[in-house]
Design a protein around this ligand. Structure first.
Ligand code: TXA
Ligand code: MG
Length: 314
């Protein structure tokens, strides 16, 4: 049963965990200024403490009060906030966000979600809200409240059920803290839209990843239980099929979008991975074959998640 907004606000103000519904995926929220509450996020998810969290704010002004914003950051914020863009910027020396939330880095990831309940919750809590996706670490992000319950039941004070999330994929993460703007994670705002405003954007390299600039870019992530085979034309006899567009016959099929619509595919990706994983295991199948998705617009973020789901498990 869904909690009320008041119950979620009370949970956050009392140092507890609450679910933050957003336009991208459901988040696992806590008061970012409260070290114990932030530690509880890492514990509930089983998330390594070197992987920093995004701080969520209800307004642009509130977000920029805690970081050293540049003109570029201001332009991006006014173009894309509220919305699925996360900016990494240097923390201000007096930033009240607990260092654990940003994993001890001198930078911090911030975003203003485009979701009326998210903004109402953050504003009423009156605090910056740290919130990673509300799944077990390494698993698939939740796009409906039932996913959250399946992963984290018993560990959360208040779950706000606001139905399926509109976008279905996480925010785009852009690092503005050092030199040229660098894409750390493709997501809800297509990189083409950012490049239309800024010109070419650099891509985070594995070298950067090794030094934990973008810890979330570690290889295996967003992974179902079964192995996933990307760029498949069809499923083998022992595979389920994650289809896109007209689908060949397969033992078990989840079609991301029969009409090959990328927005619909993004919204159906994580539900599809979770459903196929469970149903394929029930049916005694050995893996999931994923058909190719065009690599533009939000398709880039879909492919990024599929490649991480397919990466060797650590
Ligand atoms: O759409 C979203 O972004 C969702 C909703 C709940 O807002 N949140 C989300 O959080 O996806 P999470 O923790 O699952 O992913 C945050 C990503 C991770 O890859 C993390 O490594 C990166 O952002 N990140 C956070 N702070 C960073 C920092 N200071 N420098 C570099 N990367 C950072
Ligand atoms: Mg996540």
């Amino acid at each position: 049963m869904s909690a009320t907004l008041d119950q979620a606000v009370a949970a956050l103000r009392g140092g507890g965990l609450a679910i933050l519904p957003t336009e991208t995926v459901y988040g696992l929220a806590a008061d970012a200024g409260d070290a114990e509450a932030v530690a509880a996020i890492f514990a509930a998810k089983g998330r390594p403490r070197f992987n920093p969290l995004i701080c969520h704010y209800a307004t642009i002004e509130a977000a920029f009060a805690h970081v050293l914003a540049t003109q570029l950051a201001e332009r991006l914020a006014h173009a894309f906030w509220p919305g699925p863009l996360t900016l990494v910027l240097p923390r201000r020396p007096d930033c009240p966000v607990d260092p654990l939330a940003s994993a001890g880095l001198d930078t911090m990831a911030i975003r203003v979600p485009a979701h009326p309940i998210a903004c109402a919750l953050i504003a009423a809590a009156g605090r910056p809200i740290a919130a990673p996706s509300a799944n077990r670490s390494g698993g698939v992000s939740p796009t409906i409240a039932a996913h959250v319950v399946a992963d984290l039941e018993g560990k959360i004070g208040a779950i706000l059920d606001c139905g399926p999330t509109a976008i279905g994929l996480e925010s785009t993460v852009l690092d503005l803290s050092a030199g040229a703007p660098t894409l750390l994670r493709p997501g809800g705002v297509p990189v083409e839209a950012i490049e239309a405003l800024l010109g070419p954007v650099a891509l985070g390299s594995t070298e950067t990843t090794k030094t934990f600039r973008a810890p979330g870019m570690l290889a295996s992530h967003y992974a179902p239980t079964l192995p996933l085979r990307p760029y498949a034309r069809a499923a083998r006899a022992d595979e389920a099929l994650l289809a896109f567009g007209p689908a060949p016959p397969a033992p078990l099929v989840w079609n991301l979008s029969e009409t090959a619509d990328l927005t619909e595919a993004a919204a159906r990706l994580f539900s599809g991975l979770r459903w196929l994983d469970a149903a394929a295991i029930d049916a005694g199948l050995a893996g999931i074959a994923a058909m190719p998705v065009p690599d533009h617009g939000i398709g880039r973020a879909i492919n990024d998640r599929l490649m991480r789901a397919a990466a060797p498990r650590s």
